[in-house]
Design a protein around this ligand. Structure first.
Ligand SMILES: [Zn+2]
Length: 128
């Protein structure tokens, strides 16, 4: 089990980044004041893909549609009013985007790992 978890750690770290990013983006849209910085960054990152498939016009993540975008991967077009799916998680997985630096984890560390931020606030597992 620990071995399997260890093999999945690279995937899981990226998935955790995705979960964090969409959570922060959604929260900022629903409860944050001012601009949604996550939405602004995602608009920049994926601007070449942000076109409405119905009318071809540019679409963008706005504060008003950001939660729907991050939670459901749905976009609306301000020009024609149509909705469309946007494969955000899939596209993000094709980039080298990382929200956090690599963190050490007691279940996934090996002797060769050099953690970026050594943690000492959890017990180190021992082999029985
Ligand atoms: Zn449109």
């Amino acid at each position: 089990m620990i071995s399997l978890y260890s093999e999945m750690s690279a995937v899981e770290e990226r998935y955790l980044d995705y979960i964090l990013l969409t959570s922060i983006g959604s929260y900022g849209s629903l409860f944050g004041e001012g601009r949604n910085e996550i939405a602004i960054e995602i608009n920049k990152m994926f601007k070449e893909f942000l076109n409405c498939p119905h009318c071809g016009m540019k679409v963008s993540i706005r504060k008003s549609n950001a939660a729907r975008f991050f939670l459901m991967e749905m976009m609306d077009c301000e020009h024609c009013g149509e909705d469309h799916h946007f494969p955000f998680h899939w596209l993000l997985s094709k980039t080298k985007f990382r929200l956090r630096e690599k963190e050490s984890h007691p279940l996934t560390e090996t002797q060769n790992d050099t953690p970026a931020h050594p943690r000492t606030d959890f017990p180190v597992p021992t082999e029985d």
